[in-house]
Design a protein around this ligand. Sequence first.
Ligand SMILES: [Zn+2]
Length: 119
Amino acid sequence: MKVDVLGTEYKIEIHKFDNDVTLKNNSWAAYCCSDKPLIVIGDLDDDQNFKFHDDKEKDTYFKSCLRHEIVHAFLNESGLKDSAQSPNGPWSKNEEMVDWIAIQFPKILQAFREIKCEE
Ligand SMILES: [Zn+2]
């Protein structure tokens, strides 16, 4: 898969946890690398690292990881990768904020569409 992020094409790949040192060493489920540019999601079929009750739960988690990493990609491509300094590091890399956008975005988009102000 590929996704266009503000004119930059990000490849989206599924990596086995044991074959990706970034996933493995950081115990991450996914990451975004603007240098390549690449979004990696851990192989959710790897039962040693991921446990799901059913395929629906796995699919929901996959999509939430993807949205989270795409938000990182948008912030990076907006020029906020390293220059948004605050005392605790770049605010644009604040995981709570990135997660909030990723989780709330579908609901915000639905609200925009309801009142036809999405563009
Ligand atoms: Zn993140």
